[in-house]
Design a protein around this ligand. Structure first.
Ligand SMILES: [Mn+2]
Length: 365
């Protein structure tokens, strides 16, 4: 039996600007998780495949390159690296500038074929040559070697009816036609099975999320191949999870909204929280302030306000027309109706909420 550990999209060295002061911490988390993947690979695997985007770009700090070399050099099994779109094999490629340990094979030929006689197995793959490349990652790959097992690496986007003309397209019929025993896919960050016909094909997904809206990250794929077939399992390696929630803020105070978000508090969770619904007139939500206030209760929290003021309340007794607040509310309502686009409308809504709150004597700024 041959045992393969398949990972991809680690994106070591990414700056994670969106995480602000926590960016450094997440960069370190990616390293720690990669180190754990290497530990895992040392536990009885015969081969490690990295199906693209190991590095976030072609200009990683020397420390990041040295880290990768040290980690992969600890293994006494071969490691195949396929350049992805982030770390593409162009003139500036990190794989041209740097030397990696002897057990590491970087796939640079078109196509690259590497035979492992002791495993009776060959690995095939096309590196991504430029960030703009639109070529099929599986082009020209077929079982050309006289070994028992055939495995391909492919970094690109599976073509589905809901995704029109993606770059680096991997068409389902190409997967079945290549007749490999296994296709190790990279580029998508969620673990997923896209096997076609007799060919097993999986995205391993990224070991940690690199954005707040990524779901299904945190795994490597472990692959066992023998005469009984190919078995693929996800194995959890990640420490950070992501969640997106829609929060209806209708008839709720800022305090109630805060408490509801805190119900999800988890120091290993990246949470994206979108406010929806019709908020009471004069209740002002400050997503940025909420993010700051709740930052220590989460790995990362992002709040977006997509709620709208409840305009039906303008003509009630709370906003009599003879008072300034009533006149202001009616004026802003007219602005809202005249707004030409979403951003103008949004501005008018925010002005309405803020103005009413201020005219009611609340401290909101
Ligand atoms: Mn990619």
């Amino acid at each position: 039996m041959v045992r393969i550990l398949h990972t991809s999209d680690v994106q070591l060295g990414a700056p994670f600007h969106f995480l602000g002061s926590k960016g450094t911490r997440h960069r370190q988390q990616l390293r720690d998780t990669f180190q754990r993947i290497v530990d895992r690979a040392a536990e009885g695997f015969d081969l490690m495949l990295i199906a693209g985007d190991l590095f976030n770009d072609n200009r990683p700090h020397q420390g990041t390159v040295d880290f990768v070399a040290t980690q992969l050099g600890r293994l006494d099994i071969p490691v195949c690296i396929l350049p992805g779109n982030h770390d593409c094999y162009d003139e500036t490629s990190v794989y041209r500038k740097e030397r990696f340990p002897g057990n590491v094979i970087v796939f640079t030929a078109q196509p690259h074929v590497q035979e492992f006689a002791q495993l009776d197995l060959a690995v095939y793959g096309n590196p991504i040559l430029s960030k703009q490349s639109r070529a099929s990652p599986l082009r020209g790959l077929s079982r050309t070697r006289g070994v028992r097992w055939h495995v391909a690496m492919a970094h690109g986007n599976l073509v589905r009816p809901d995704i029109v003309d993606p770059p680096r397209p991997i068409r389902p019929e190409e997967i079945s036609a290549c007749a490999m025993d296994y296709v190790a896919m990279g580029d998508w960050h969620a673990f997923a099975d896209y096997s076609q016909g007799d060919v097993k094909a999986f995205y391993s997904g990224a070991p940690e999320p690199t954005a707040v809206d990524q779901e299904g990250t945190g795994y490597v794929a472990t692959v066992e191949i023998d005469e009984n077939g190919v078995r693929v399992c996800p194995q959890r390696v990640g420490t950070v999870s992501t969640q997106q929630i829609l929060l209806d803020v209708s008839r709720r105070s800022v305090r109630q909204i805060t408490e509801e978000i805190l119900g999800h508090a988890d120091p290993s969770l990246m949470l994206k929280c979108t406010f929806l619904g019709l908020v009471e007139l004069g209740v002002v939500l400050h997503p940025d302030d909420l993010q700051k206030e709740l930052a220590s209760d989460f790995y990362y929290i992002e709040c977006r306000d997509e709620s709208h003021p409840q305009l039906a309340t303008i003509s009630t007794d709370d906003f009599p027309e003879e008072l300034v607040v009533g006149k202001f509310a009616l004026l802003m309502q007219a602005r809202l109706e005249e707004a030409d686009d979403d951003s103008e409308r949004r501005h008018a809504e925010q002005a309405l909420q803020l103005g009413v709150a201020l005219l009611q004597g609340r401290r909101v700024l």
